[in-house]
Design a protein around this ligand. Structure first.
Ligand code: DGP
Length: 116
């Protein structure tokens, strides 16, 4: 998918509005438009990476960074005690609907296992 057609690239540029809860020079965290839990935040790299399967060795720093940001966001959202879940869907069969790598942070309700 071309970056100009990517909805999350448009969030990065500000052309699509989002409720941003954290951002820095490498990533943006914003609330999911279709929340699956009381807290549902997406963390995306500013750079367009289509999926985890497309991430290369050079992307390792940003991948580690978004995991740390996930913990920070979860703490800021008051999930320290109750816990939180992080999810990266990769490929249509796993439920990936937006082809710009994103990490879901979910919490505020009991999380079941295995996930559906
Ligand atoms: P996934 O199914 O893993 O690709 O998750 C994509 C998520 O992105 C899905 O939960 C809905 C969310 N989403 C899609 N478009 C937008 C948007 O324009 N704004 C926001 N905030 N979330 C979006």
């Amino acid at each position: 998918m071309a970056e100009q057609d990517c909805i999350f690239c448009s969030v990065v540029t500000g052309d699509v509005r989002a409720e941003i809860v954290f951002q820095d020079d490498r990533c943006i965290a914003f609330r999911d438009i279709n929340p699956q839990a009381p807290v549902h935040v997406l963390i995306i790299p500013r750079e367009h990476i289509e999926s985890l399967d497309d991430a290369g060795r050079g992307d390792e720093p940003v991948l580690g960074h978004i995991l740390r940001v996930a913990a920070r966001v979860a703490n800021d959202e008051g999930l320290t005690e109750s816990g939180f879940r992080t999810v990266i869907n990769t490929g249509a069969g796993a439920g990936q609907s937006v082809l710009h790598l994103h990490l879901h942070v979910l919490g505020g309700r009991p999380m079941h296992w295995p996930p559906g």
